[in-house]
Write a protein that binds this ligand. Structure first.
Ligand SMILES: Cc1cc2nc3c(=O)[nH]c(=O)nc-3n(C[C@H](O)[C@H](O)[C@H](O)COP(=O)(O)OP(=O)(O)OC[C@H]3O[C@@H](n4cnc5c(N)ncnc54)[C@H](O)[C@@H]3O)c2cc1C
Length: 312
């Protein structure tokens, strides 16, 4: 039986609930699924791109979908060995967090409320509340999609840096199969309290009632702030982990709260989120992104850069 499905609606795999169809789609629950699926893909002889999808929490998928093969990583499994945890790359961060609370293991509380999978978090070195994925990763097991060669890297070999890793730098040629995390014993109640505090912080400040893909733009590096604005924007300065001005503040200052194109809108609650009010198209979101970039550039002379990724 064919492992590869055709014409699969990607909006069902996007946190935004936006996106057209994938021409080809392979759901992968095990390494063997992946290997068999890739063999089948080769036999088809399609000379098309491959893209790995995790939780779809950071990607704006085109209305035209993706004319290639989407590999959806659903590899699950959590295995505990002392204070080390090996998890399938498709495990959600939230399920891992809950497991760690149950087992009184500390080190990952910063990720409370971070959406997506551990595979996506490793690839982009996701971080929040002064923590980063790199702080807890001890080894990453992956497979090269071209050669099917399996690799295991230690933390250093993952070449983590700010929202970056070897997997991203290599051009996403490898699928992360599993990740080994290093934690330490702690007090269950304290771990739970710290994790839930971060969940609550997000619930209070982020427009989670609407489909979204998190922060749209990167915070503005202090070095990119025009000299004449530094005196006014100094009050907003924060470490992230280098000096930045939170872009949400600047979008609000530009009067862009509530900017709407079609069914996509700059959130009132957090101006760096563009929410899907219901039936937003990717083109609506792109319209809002362009309007925000143009107005911020006109008003302050600052170029905003997207944090979200595009899948076209
Ligand atoms: C409400 C909200 C809040 C957010 N807050 C934060 C935050 O505080 N900090 C932060 O860093 N991010 C944040 N994000 C962004 C997002 O949650 C993270 O980037 C997350 O780690 C992405 O994981 P994912 O599984 O959804 O990846 P996806 O969005 O599916 O994919 C992202 C990238 O990872 C790759 N990828 C996914 N799985 C694998 C795999 N198994 N092997 C290889 N490559 C893979 C994909 O190819 C793609 O290039 C937020 C998003 C939302 C919606």
């Amino acid at each position: 039986m064919s492992k590869i499905q055709k014409d699969v609606p990607l909006k069902n795999y996007s946190n935004y609930k936006i996106g057209g169809n994938a021409s080809y789609f392979l759901d992968v629950r095990t390494k063997e699924d992946l290997i068999e699926g890739l063999r089948e893909w080769r036999q088809r002889g399609e000379n098309k791109e491959i893209f790995i999808l995790g939780g779809g929490t950071n990607i704006l998928i085109s209305d035209d979908g993706f004319d290639g093969l989407i590999i959806h990583c659903s590899i699950k499994g959590i295995e505990l060995n002392g204070e080390e945890l090996t998890v399938g790359a498709g495990e959600s961060i939230w399920d891992i967090d809950k497991f760690l609370v149950e087992k009184s293991l500390s080190g990952m509380e910063w990720s409370g409320g971070l959406p997506g999978t551990i595979g996506g978090a490793v690839r982009g070195n996701a971080g929040a509340f002064s923590g980063e994925t790199k702080d807890i990763v001890s080894r990453v097991q992956s497979i090269d999609l071209e050669t099917l060669e399996e690799k295991e890297r230690d933390n250093k070999d993952c070449e983590f840096s700010y929202r970056n890793s070897i997997f991203k730098k290599n051009g996403d040629k490898e699928l992360i199969l599993s990740v080994t995390l290093s934690l330490r014993k702690g007090e269950r109640d304290e771990i739970e309290e710290r994790t839930l505090r971060n969940v609550q912080y997000r619930q209070e400040r982020h427009p989670l009632e609407y489909p979204n893909i998190g922060s749209t733009f990167k915070n503005i590096p202090w070095d990119n702030v025009p000299e004449d604005l530094k005196v006014h924007w100094k009050v907003y300065l924060k470490d992230d982990p280098f000096p930045v001005v939170p872009v949400a503040k600047i979008i609000a200052l530009a009067g862009l709260k509530g900017t709407t194109v079609g069914e996509a809108m700059v959130s009132d609650k957090h101006t760096n989120f563009i929410v899907n009010l219901g039936g937003a198209k990717a083109s609506d979101v792109k319209g809002v992104i362009e309007e925000v970039k143009d107005k911020v550039k006109d008003k302050f002379g600052v170029n905003l850069e997207e944090e979200v990724m595009y899948l076209n």
